[in-house]
Design a protein around this ligand. Structure first.
Ligand SMILES: Cc1cc2nc3c(=O)[nH]c(=O)nc-3n(C[C@H](O)[C@H](O)[C@H](O)COP(=O)(O)OP(=O)(O)OC[C@H]3O[C@@H](n4cnc5c(N)ncnc54)[C@H](O)[C@@H]3O)c2cc1C
Length: 399
């Protein structure tokens, strides 16, 4: 049976699609650029058919006020289009999720995707000032606004971002822009040879008088794939005028041997993921990053073709494993989850089973019932149990 696809062009069309799905007893799989649909837990409509809601045609920049550093765009607008519109005014939306070029604004916010610039510019939640979405009852909900100074009402923006579409289909968002750096340089430092020297080395880097745009730990395979070198290294992205760059370079040179690498390595880092790899994030306090790095060296790097990237200021290690090693990864995740916070990104089914559903999801499930009582939108994606059949009366779910 061929899958039904709804292709809305406007918020009103999304409302119609949600109501049609409700009337037909179907669930909806929200699709945008389609680059990351197999991430998070598998979609599970229970006994209902799952219909695709393709929001790519809900696109276009609605309002752009360079002087106010704000931009409002429909959800299907790609980050590349926003980049193209803002660059001529010396501005940017400093969101650089690990993503394909067709990644959309709506999906980036829905998944709260962040990349290396998050360390200096904040997370999607920090950069979003307003959202419009259509909830699972077919109601248009707006939170925040189009200007930076608005604090009215309940903060629906933060709630929606990272909800993976389970509270509503994002149709429009307003974001704050920042001044684009006029000059940049990227430097690499090799790690100290003795493993026990890594923790003090990272501490020295974190507390040094530096204001990097990004500071990432890459292991040898990733360093090779991104043109950074042949060994584990730290890549630092600096911005500012010539004097500021020179001063920061001196600070880094006092910590170790520094070499210049091209700025293109950041794009290479963002797109290094092969289409068929599994990925997982492990985290702890940033101060424990060295211990986490050593543990992933011991437990995961023997997997053929695996590589890692660590965010120094956020204390997160992203582990990437080729698809053929999925079963081996699943076996190790439970042990890793005993000591570290483990967030699945894209994993085989058996690995999802090895990971506990976070306790906080009980609270988010309750909030979801208010916005999407029939569990119409992306059911199962956050690991909440899906009702065996669509309840006839939404309020019967409020137990
Ligand atoms: C932790 C993490 C790591 C990632 N790593 C990579 C990576 O290494 N490489 C890569 O290419 N991409 C990666 N991504 C995906 C990417 O960074 C963004 O999520 C991106 O914007 C996906 O764009 P898309 O339009 O292709 O989304 P899609 O693949 O179409 O959708 C992604 C998810 O967002 C939901 N969604 C889409 N649009 C909306 C909307 N308007 N309202 C509500 N929900 C919506 C979808 O249902 C789906 O669950 C990652 C995402 C996350 C969360």
């Amino acid at each position: 049976m061929s899958e039904i696809v709804a292709i809305p062009r406007s918020t009103a069309d999304v409302v119609d699609a949600v109501r049609a799905a409700e009337a037909d007893g179907a669930a909806l799989r929200i699709v945008a650029g389609g680059s990351w649909l197999d991430a998070a837990r598998p979609i599970d409509g229970g006994d209902r058919p799952v219909r695709r809601l393709d929001v790519r045609a809900v696109t276009g920049i609605v309002e752009y006020v360079p002087g106010d550093l704000t931009l409002t765009a429909r959800a299907g607008t790609t980050l590349a289009e926003i980049e193209e519109a803002t660059r001529p005014h010396g501005l940017w939306l400093p969101l650089d999720p690990y993503a394909a070029p067709g990644a959309t604004l709506g999906a980036t916010l829905a998944t709260a995707s962040w990349g290396t610039l998050a360390a200096s510019n904040g997370l999607p939640r920090d950069l979003t000032i307003g959202v419009e979405f259509v909830d699972g009852r077919g109601m248009v909900v707006r939170g925040g606004g189009r200007v930076v100074k608005n604090v009215a009402g309940f903060d629906l923006v933060r709630l929606t971002i990272g909800a993976w579409g389970t509270l509503g289909v994002i149709t429009e968002a307003s974001v704050r822009l920042r001044a684009r750096p006029t000059s940049e340089c990227s430097l690499a430092l090799d790690l100290p040879p003795r493993p026990e020297a890594l923790a003090p080395f990272l501490r020295a880097l974190r507390t040094a008088p530096l204001t990097p745009l990004a500071m990432e730990l890459v292991d040898a395979p990733l360093a090779r794939a991104t043109g950074v070198g042949d060994a584990d290294a730290i890549v630092v992205r600096l911005a500012g005028n010539a004097a500021a760059l020179a001063a920061q370079r001196r600070v880094l040179a006092a910590l170790g041997a520094v070499r210049e690498v091209g700025n293109a390595c950041w794009r290479a880092l963002a797109t290094a993921l092969p289409a068929d790899a599994w990925t997982v994030r492990l985290s702890q306090r940033p101060a424990r990053l060295a211990a986490l790095w050593h543990e992933t060296t011991a437990r995961a790097l023997d997997l053929d073709g695996a590589w890692r990237q660590g965010s120094i200021e956020r204390g997160v290690v992203r582990l990437v494993v080729p698809a053929r090693e999925g079963a081996a990864l699943a076996l190790r995740l439970a042990t890793l989850a005993d000591r570290w916070q483990v967030i699945g990104e894209r994993l085989p089914l058996e690995a999802w089973r090895a990971l506990p559903v976070p306790a906080s999801d009980r609270l988010s499930a309750t909030i979801r019932r208010a916005f999407d009582p029939l569990q119409l939108l992306n059911p199962g994606v956050l690991g909440h149990p899906v009702a065996a059949s669509a309840p006839a009366h939404p309020w019967s779910l409020h137990t």
